[in-house]
Design a protein around this ligand. Structure first.
Ligand code: COA
Length: 230
């Protein structure tokens, strides 16, 4: 499907191209994967063992040049995840719950999410997860949230965030593609993702129907193959 056709809404509702599994596509992005049940404390000393099992994430930073600015790409951990929450609350129409933000730093690899900072201030952020792609053994990177503060847009920061995750995923070899849902009316994001090499795979009617105030509630499912740019 071309971008122009997608914009005009010419695609049949739910039309699929390629090998996308619509059941996978219908998993709402605002609901993180279910968390494992809490451990049962059975014996003295068990609490210490449970504490020791909580992953300690060592924060790493990468400095990149972007639109004339030096951007610091910072991995997300328990101490800076609130900055991602504040950014998303400012920029996105959907509110994500505590379990979502815990899962970002605890359940998904540090290479799958990061903040973008300029002079110590958070200006953007991306959070992704790795999920089954539907084909045997295949995985894909799903973009759960991508946000750039309004004053910092059109400086290449959103592109840099997407490329950072794409490069890490491609280098690790774990995922063959990157995908996401976007509201059908979000022209800026559609143009952004088109420029970043994504294609429309499906139009899903009422995808955001459970998110009050998200109007229109329809979404496009977008995908980009990883590796050499398609
Ligand atoms: C979508 C978003 C992340 C883009 O971030 P950004 O840092 O402004 O994007 P970039 O500067 O990397 O843009 C790269 C290219 O995408 C296209 N693009 C980006 N924003 C655009 C807009 N508002 N209108 C048209 N094209 C746009 C342009 O081709 C741009 O290149 P150019 O500036 O040289 O013309 C940002 O607008 C945003 O946070 N929007 C609100 C949240 C959102 O919609 N998130 C995605 C939902 S899944």
């Amino acid at each position: 499907m071309s971008w122009d056709a997608a914009q005009r809404g010419e695609a049949a509702s739910g039309e699929l191209e390629g090998e996308i599994d619509l059941a996978d596509a219908l998993q709402p992005p605002w609901l993180p994967p279910p968390l494992p049940p809490p451990p049962v404390l059975e014996a003295p000393g068990a609490a210490a063992a449970v504490c020791a099992s909580v992953p300690v994430r060592v924060r790493t930073e990468q400095r990149v040049q972007c639109g004339g600015y030096e951007i610091v790409l910072q991995t997300i951990d328990a101490d800076n995840v609130e900055a991602l929450r504040a950014l998303n609350a400012e920029v996105l129409p959907v509110t994500y719950n505590d379990a979502f933000y815990t899962s970002v730093w605890r359940d998904h690899g540090p290479e799958l999410s990061c903040l973008a900072l300029v002079d110590g201030a958070v200006v953007g952020g991306i959070a992704c997860r790795l999920e089954a792609a539907g084909e045997a053994g295949q995985q894909r990177v799903y973009v759960m949230t991508l946000s750039v503060r309004e004053a910092w847009r059109r400086a290449g920061i959103g592109s840099r965030l997407v490329e950072a995750i794409a490069e890490r995923a491609a280098a690790g070899g774990a995922a063959g593609s990157m995908c996401l849902h976007v509201q059908t009316s979000n022209d800026a994001a559609l143009r952004f993702y088109g420029r970043a090499g994504f294609h429309v795979h499906a139009r899903i009617e009422r995808y955001y129907a459970h998110n009050r105030g998200v109007d229109p509630p329809h979404a496009f499912f977008l995908r980009r193959l990883l590796g050499p740019r398609q």
